[in-house]
Design a protein around this ligand. Sequence first.
Ligand code: SF4
Length: 471
Amino acid sequence: MHLPPPVHPDRSGLDEGLLKAVVAGAARLTPEQSFEIHERMPLETLGFWADRRCRALHGEALRSYVIDRNINYTNVCTAKCTFCAFRRDLGDEDAYVLDRDVLLAKIEELAAIGGTQILMQGGMHPDLPLSWYVELLEAIGSRYPQIHVHAFSPPEFIEFVRFFDPPGDTLHEKVRAIMEPLRKAGLDSVPGGGGEIFADAVRRKIGLGKCTAEAWLTVMRVAHELGMNTSATMMFGHIEGIADRIHHMELVRRWQDRDLADFARDGGGSCKAFISWPFQRENTPLGRVPDWGRGEGDDLSEPFPGDVVAQLDGSGSKDLHPQFGRRVRMAGASAYLRTQAVSRLHLDNIWSIGSSWVTMGPHIGQVGLRFGANDMGSVMMEENVVSSAGTTYCLNEPTLCRLIRDAGFVPAQRNNEYDLIRIHDGPESPDLAIGDWSALRAHRLHQQANREVDGPRNATVELTVSDAGSA
Ligand code: SF4
């Protein structure tokens, strides 16, 4: 029986005794306490506590990564998220749907370098029938049974409900009617793409045509009920307030409590990981919104509009500030590390916190391992979505391992279940086997087409945040 640790709402979030209990898993933070920590705790102190909590869960020695491939089977999308540079309309010149053979060839390449999973997401394409997805999953499963299929984020499932009109009286039943055949055909787990920010006022501004938070969480509940694991994500550093970020984490924690209580005994799944990353603005409509302080009439002595609107219970109304949604507050390195560290402390029932180095750069991602993250995300062979919005970092497996080792840990390759499958503590480790690092500098994604690879294990592959996909 899952019993969450007790809360102590009378204590300050800065109370050392409370934080020691949180580290030990003997207490949990209230949203008010996490907000207080975010706003008032010095960054290095926050990192210290998040790191201690991470070490209590994951030990002192190992930090992980995964080798997978991000396959975006289509860029056609019925939604019009203002932060998205990837989507296309049906009929656009560069709209695509990947042929099955092309898609299978990508998986073949992944298998050849020891990859263990694909992260497969759209676009939400209105003309693909359910049989297209079922047959695709069956084809993948029959040819590559060793590859874990982590696919179709909650917004895609909600659009599947709209496209396919399955039987059922509730959204839960309708999602289940679609997820069951996909599960049977080979779907292994559901990625947490499309989380963005759950608070309705923010979601309505940035995720046009995208599902509500409740619908998002319902999809994950069905996945857990069917025995599949999931992840949760948050994209921050745009129009939202700090309280919106805490509210987002609180919803993830609350639904995880409920699903663990309802399904864990009967072999149910759970949310395994939380990954957050800052909004990338290039080539996106939201990116053209002025930064707070640079718009006409802005007064930096006044609070950021998102903070005026945001409420810890998610009830904020856009009417509370005339400039809400018309100004952004981008997140830099310290804002990123602060948010990630709070997520480690607040999300006491989530096993893994991923470091989002792909958006912040490899070295901030590395520092993230000292701010509560236990996982450096993915070694990927392909990335189409974050790179569309201007982020161009990429690394190979040896470099990723070196980053983890230089941060003071032994790198370990994991699978989608977060089991460690290769611990790199010997001379044959991908990083320790490299004699000349001059040829292994991080490349830019736009160079990937011209790059030569020098063998399967040392193949230069691209990395990004696991689950950052599109939909
Ligand atoms: S983020 Fe995903 S759901 Fe939103 S427009 Fe882009 S592809 Fe579509």
